[in-house]
Design a protein around this ligand. Structure first.
Ligand code: G6P
Length: 371
């Protein structure tokens, strides 16, 4: 079993380390002669051109990947994207028709809620594209098209490498839509694709700098509550960081959009409470960056212990961070591919320090096949 884990104590650690490869294999082959190609494409270019609205349906970590897809697809394609928990979708009577693309994201391809959402979408005549990591699973079988994440088998119950692969796959769908609808020139699409491909090497570098995060996690392993805040693409990352910590370490953890602090969560801040901040890029999102610095000051003034994930040379963030986690500068939409990594390692290390089985957290299942 030790050999299967490739020298790591847990599959999850191995899977975190495999993320550069998971990303590269998911993207591989999808740019041909300067054009994005999706696999098992039963949606024609005309179908993609006709799409005027996207719904993403998913559960758990896959849902957080879906939230990120919204930022990219709306930005690139200029059509509305709604992201919905699969368990809520069909009970709400969503407005779907032939020009709606429903993107179902599921690592296992067997999650009952997501499968039922797919069935509902098909009954309403929407077109369904599955993003899935498991060949021939039920969700891709019942969908019109499938884009596989080639992350390799994921054994750890809490999803890690598949999250990054799902983001990449969902962004590929965005680029395919932008290409079909002409909202981006071919060379821009190819450039976005190349930038994504380059992230593999960036993530590999980030993985070599994580010892301070492990140390911090051991130090905070006794915390009762940890809050996570982010803005823009940092917001879904905050949700994912909180989800990982509650799944693995059984610590009360919540993610918030930083702008919402003043509408409630700030009441939770007390002396010594750890708050993990996913800092927006200073160059890419200057306004959000300065708003976030103010948010950090507000919580610090109320006693929070601030742990700030920020890009290299971000002096504004460094000035307000009790602990600074430095990540390389990347294009804004790609930042989640790196900011997620310290949060995964943080959660896994806290859980291991508390003596829990990181691969098999209590009460959870890898694939939930009941509604
Ligand atoms: C379970 C797993 C999560 C996963 C979710 C959705 O809750 O523990 O890690 O994100 O199911 O699974 P899926 O296979 O549909 O991506």
């Amino acid at each position: 079993a030790a050999a299967e884990k490739g020298g790591f104590d847990f599959f999850m650690e191995k899977e975190i380390a495999e993320q550069p490869e998971a990303l590269a294999s998911t993207l591989s082959g999808h740019l041909e002669n300067g054009r994005i190609v999706l696999d098992e494409q039963r949606l024609t270019d005309q179908d993609l051109r006709d799409v005027d609205k996207v719904f993403v349906v998913a559960c758990g970590t896959a849902y957080n990947a879906g939230l990120l897809a919204k930022y990219a697809i709306e930005h690139w394609v200029r059509i509305p994207v709604e992201v919905e928990l699969a368990s809520e979708f069909r009970y709400r009577d969503p407005v779907l028709d032939r020009s709606t693309l429903v993107v179902a994201i599921s690592q296992s391809g067997e999650t009952a809620d997501t499968l039922e959402a797919v069935r509902h979408a098909k009954e309403q005549n929407a077109r369904v594209l599955a993003i899935c990591n498991t060949n021939g699973a039920q969700i891709p079988r019942e969908s019109d098209a499938v884009l596989y994440t080639h992350a390799g088998p994921e054994i750890g119950v809490a999803s890690t490498k598949c999250f990054l692969a799902q983001i990449a796959a969902a962004y590929l769908v965005g680029l395919a839509l932008a290409q079909a609808r002409g909202t981006k020139y071919a060379d821009e699409v190819a450039r976005e694709f190349d930038a994504m491909e380059q992230m593999s090497a960036v993530i590999a570098d980030v993985l070599t700098t994580m010892d301070p995060v492990r140390e911090l996690a051991r130090d905070l392993a006794k915390a009762d509550t940890v809050l996570f805040i982010g803005r823009h693409v940092g917001y879904p990352v905050a949700l994912e960081g909180a989800l990982k910590l509650k799944e693995l370490a059984y610590i009360h953890a919540e993610g918030f959009a930083a702008g919402e602090l003043k509408h409630g969560p700030i009441a939770l801040i007390e002396d010594g409470l750890p708050v993990i901040v996913v800092m927006p890029s200073r160059e890419g999102r200057a306004v959000l960056h300065s708003k976030m610095v103010s948010n950090i000051r507000e919580i610090q003034a109320r006693g929070a212990r601030t742990i700030v994930i920020a890009e290299a040379d971000d002096e504004g963030a460094a000035a307000v961070a009790d602990h600074l986690i430095v990540i390389p500068k990347t294009p804004t939409l790609l930042q989640p591919l790196v900011t997620t990594v310290p949060l995964q390692i943080f959660a896994a290390t806290v859980a291991a320090t508390r003596g829990y089985d990181v691969d098999k957290p209590r009460n959870l299942a890898k694939s939930v096949t009941v509604e």
